[in-house]
Design a protein. Structure first.
Length: 503
């Protein structure tokens, strides 16, 4: 029997549906977070069972006939809905239509696969053994491609994956974007490589984990994170996750006792993600609009705080007294300028997360090229290590010593995040253009020099954070910038910064 709705009743049911989905996703998120942080090493199979059950319930609740009928009714009366309600209905209908195209048994099996894959990836990375991880990665790529074709059979499956993280993004767009970056970055890197390298010895020494943890909390407080809603833990590969809503945010880091810089910038990077999420309007909590609108916009925030703010000379000068307090022996005879030079040293490297701003996009380009070729059939998963190593030699001039420092260094593929990597490079470029706009009304670097993040955070909250996923990435950029996205802002930012440091 067909259900009869009234607008008020339908909106109340929509609210209850989102609340229930948020609760299931909260539980699933806690299990995933536990698995990546404090769970014992041999508990992945147990979590996989629980997550498969939760995933099944989320699938059924999201795709049931009752849910579909509710959303279709609201879509039919969308002229009576508010802007937020229209967006919610659009996003949920899009998801339900997509999910209905994927058989439930395949969906549940995939959710179980990525849980197991993540546990195996941790072991494989530690053992530097790609073959241990390969069967799982083959299934992940194969399933991702198959799901993409289920959902959009007439669309290039890799374009579908890219658009999952940045609505409307295509290979055609990225090919142009990366080629422009490559044409500008490679010559500048060669120019820098021809002069004496800067001294980065300040970052190396003996830095106890407890002191680094103290630094982490100091950084979070300085950035303006609300520690009553944002937690910190450690993991192999740092990440940020929202649990249930933006009211419960978790960031992670990884401490290296011989190099404090790695964790310091991981905390600032993940803190940028957390600022964006927790900056959502509270009335978006427990709705599909809670949190960032795309991965590239999200990365624009994390990379903005990590690099544009965190690697500025003003921030290095501000944070240096705290470093002297925590690491008195290691900082003896050093200066804030030494820190600034060290954290901006530009040179080819093996690890993406430790790459400087100048070479970072080359790391992303390699991953983009590999994913693109796997989807086109030009490359097989079994050949990834060899091709990864070849491209690192060709693009960055470095020899990859083993899988741990090569193809196994990132956690993304083990979690099924195929098509995610370009978000980092786009985020860098967005951030540089946001900076240019922000500087018209905010003394950005004057604030950083004082450790006063409030004016910067207020600008970001008003223009970006509070809207959550209300707007598409393209519409948000148009609202914030008042002009089209332009890669030249990022290129000019890099040229100005690195020419000042090296020449």
């Amino acid at each position: 029997m067909e259900k009869t709705y009234t607008l008020d009743k339908a909106l109340e049911e929509l609210k209850e549906l989102q609340l229930k989905l948020a609760a299931y996703e909260h539980a699933a998120g806690l299990l995933q977070y536990d698995g990546a942080t404090t769970a014992p090493s041999e508990t992945a199979d147990n979590r996989a069972v629980s997550l498969s059950v939760l995933s099944g319930e989320i699938y059924r609740l999201s795709t049931s006939d009752e849910t579909a009928d509710l959303l279709e009714y609201l879509d039919s009366v969308k002229e009576s809905l508010s802007e937020k309600e229209k967006r919610i209905v659009y996003l949920m209908l899009k998801d339900i239509r997509n999910m209905k195209k994927i058989p439930i048994d395949e969906y549940i099996a995939y959710e179980e696969l990525v849980v197991k894959a993540d546990a195996v990836w941790h072991k494989a990375k530690e053992a530097s053994d790609f073959e241990m991880f390969r069967p799982y990665l083959e299934k992940i790529f194969e399933t991702t491609k198959r799901f993409a074709l289920y959902i959009e059979p007439d669309k290039d499956p890799y374009d579908h994956c890219l658009s999952d993280y940045e609505e409307g993004l295509t290979k055609k767009t990225l090919d142009v974007f990366f080629e422009k970056l490559r044409s500008e970055i490679v010559p500048l890197l060669k120019k820098i490589s021809a002069v004496p390298q800067v001294d980065d010895s300040i970052r190396f020494g003996n830095f106890p984990e407890d002191k680094q943890e103290e630094l982490s909390y100091y950084l979070m407080e300085t950035m303006g994170l609300d520690l009553s809603h944002v937690g910190l833990s450690t993991t192999e590969h740092p990440f940020t996750t929202s649990l249930g809503s933006h009211l419960d945010e978790r960031i992670t880091t990884h401490y290296f006792t011989d190099d404090f810089v790695c964790s310091m910038y991981s905390v600032i990077h993940e803190g940028g993600h957390a600022l964006y999420d927790t900056g959502s309007d509270d009335d978006l909590a427990y709705t599909v609009l809670d949190g960032g609108t795309s991965m590239s916009i999200h990365e624009s925030q994390s990379r903005f705080y990590e690099n544009i703010i965190g690697r500025s000379e003003e921030f290095c000068t501000f944070i240096f007294p705290k470093l002297c307090e925590l690491f008195q022996k290691e900082m003896e005879g050093k200066t804030a300028h030494d820190l600034y030079i060290a954290v901006n040293k530009a040179q080819p490297s093996l690890i993406r997360t430790e790459a400087d701003e100048l070479t970072y996009s080359l790391h992303v380009m390699i991953r983009y090229e590999l994913e693109k070729r796997i989807f086109s059939g030009e490359l097989e998963v079994k050949d990834l290590p060899k091709e990864w190593n070849r491209l690192y030699k060709e693009y960055l001039g470095v020899d990859v010593p083993d899988d741990k420092h090569g193809v196994l260094q990132d956690s993304h593929w083990s979690g099924g995040l195929v098509g995610y990597f370009p978000s980092y490079a786009l985020g860098n470029a967005y951030g540089a253009q946001f900076l240019a706009k922000m500087e018209k009304t905010v003394d950005v670097f004057g604030c950083i020099a004082k450790g006063d993040f409030k004016p910067i955070n207020d600008w970001n909250r008003e223009n970006i954070w509070k809207h959550g996923s209300l707007y598409t990435p393209a519409r948000l950029l148009d609202r914030v910038l008042g002009e089209e996205f332009d890669t030249d802002y990022y290129i000019q930012y890099l040229k100005n910064k690195y020419n000042k440091i090296y020449f």
